[in-house]
Design a protein around this ligand. Sequence first.
Ligand code: HEM
Length: 437
Amino acid sequence: MRVKTPIPQAKGIDNTLTLIKEGFHFIPSRRNELESDMFETRLLGQKAICMAGEEAAAMFYDNEYFKREGAAPKPLKQTLLGEGGIHGRDGEDHHQLKRMFLSMMTPERLEDMKRIAVEEFDKKVTEWERKDAVILLREMEEIMGRAGMRWAGLPVKESEAKERAAELSQMVDSFGGSLSRYQDGKHARQSHEKWLEKIIKDIRSGKYNPPANTAAYIVANHREPNGKLLDLHTAAVELNNSYRPLVATAYFIVFGALAMYEHPETVGKLREDKDDYSHMFSQEIRRYYPFAPAMAAKAKKNFTWNGYKFKKDQLVVLDLFGTNRHPDNWIDADQFIPERFANWSGSPFAFVPQGGGDHYMGHRCAGEWMTVMVMQAFFRYMTHNLSYHVPEQNLAYDMRRMPTMPQSGFVISDVRKLRSFPDNILLHRETLTAVKA
Ligand code: HEM
């Protein structure tokens, strides 16, 4: 980690609008310009420290020094994250909820998710065969939304599934500073939470009985340390947190399709899957392509680190995207090389597409194993069971937009299903050792 002392200051009185304008480049370009992986700026009217790299991530995820209470901006809570949920909690208040989330991620339930997602994918492919062309991102969002709701044990009627899945996509697409996407995301969240509150009430009253290992049952019956059930709104937020983020995986699947198109040698390797290539490919997709730009926390107390005096409650922003491409940890960091994961050290702080540190003790994503499993299964499906054509289109992705995706959404045409049922995708040697991220 390269740190200049005294810690340099970025130009500008308040850089909130510049961050919105520059997106994924905002922190990396200032780190470059100021020749320091730590710099000071102002965001949302507050003094903030931006930092990147393995050591910075290790510090950021140390519960001794940083907390989440009050760190996430309100618009993010109104759209993507929800208010009062796990993302903004600290200490035992956070741990008890994190245990609840991780109790949903048993090997059996992860296998369930893979099976359900592949079934939803396979059903869609049957529809695609009858169409001239489809936009893969839109289709994947719907597949993931439907799969997530089924897996969570929600009573979704076919007549409302598409609309509910669209609400999830709007929540996921809401961050990044666009007013119209913020408004869509906020309305989508309000409508979705209302629906979930009704379901939770029905579970608590015994009117609806999902299986005991589903997210719906687990969240509805979760008791906080004071012995009380979660209040209805928080329960809706947390139930949503247990499957909504799966929709984000749609972006990684589309970036995977883009990588296969731009690096055609990867297709044969995925088909062969020697040395678990599909796992290395999925990891490299998560490292190389942009999705979550950064995370915010606040200093828990006054302390000095790397010559900088952090003040209690000061805002700190960790550059996730920049850490995944930090030259200290990644050779040719700006190149797409799946094989780099064959000998990767496994540092929990150098590779942080879904947060860093320990899944139980910190805020690292509860759905990371699930994400990787679904990605691997889908890439295998795409290379074994599917044939398609990629017509001419604009595949560039705009690093100023958060989240970003190929401009066309990745159109595919002439889709053909090569096998009748995707058993070959499910029966994989990894089946019972799934919890590997
Ligand atoms: C492309 C897929 C995904 C991405 C990029 C992603 C990214 C992230 C990130 C960046 C965080 C915050 C880390 C932090 O606070 O420092 C997070 C937290 C979380 N994610 Fe994911 N996630 C994904 C998929 C999932 C899935 C599939 C689930 C569940 C089914 C999930 C559930 C959660 C939960 C519950 C948290 C809160 C953890 C906590 O605060 O302790 N995520 N995720």
